[in-house]
Design a protein. Structure first.
Length: 157
């Protein structure tokens, strides 16, 4: 069981992260769901003709890992995502293991808003995405059971 953190429970410097390997199967599922049919994601012959030389994961799939951390860990269930800036720094290759990390950097108590520094890093330690998110934490702690299909995620706080 997990629960969202309220504004009173959050502090500058709080951190949460989640790690996931972006397999070809995950990319296929994301491309199907999102409609992002860019052949650079699933066509090795096409991707070989690009500057990357191989298939790469959709940038928004990488960004979705940040949303997963925010919605499940920090602040967690019940928070409302208000905005997100993203800067893509380098490509994510298929089968790269990515750690999405969020850190509380500002709390605006009178408006019930929290600013999070967001970052995704590959297994080699290279930043692939950075940004900033604004969220509104839940007013009350909202307990929630994790679904059984949550197993593919590895967590580290």
């Amino acid at each position: 069981m997990t629960r969202g953190k309220t504004l009173a429970e959050l502090a500058i410097g709080d951190v949460a992260q989640m790690t996931r390997t972006l397999t070809p199967e995950l990319v296929t599922s994301f491309v199907t769901l999102s409609g992002d049919r860019n052949p650079i994601h699933r066509d090795p012959q096409f991707a070989a003709s690009t500057g990357f030389g191989e298939c790469i994961a959709p940038g928004m799939l990488t960004a979705a890992l940040i949303a997963a951390v925010i919605g499940t860990e920090l602040p967690g269930p019940g928070c409302v995502y208000l905005s997100q800036s993203l800067k893509f720094l380098r490509p994510v290759k298929l089968d790269d293991t990515i750690t999405a990390r969020v850190e509380v950097v500002e709390i605006v108590h009178d408006r019930r808003r929290v600013c999070l520094r967001t970052q995704c890093v590959n297994a080699r330690g290279g930043s692939v995405l950075v940004g900033e998110a604004w969220v509104m934490p839940p007013r009350a702690a909202l307990p929630h059971s994790r679904p059984a299909d949550d197993a593919p995620f590895a967590r580290a706080a």
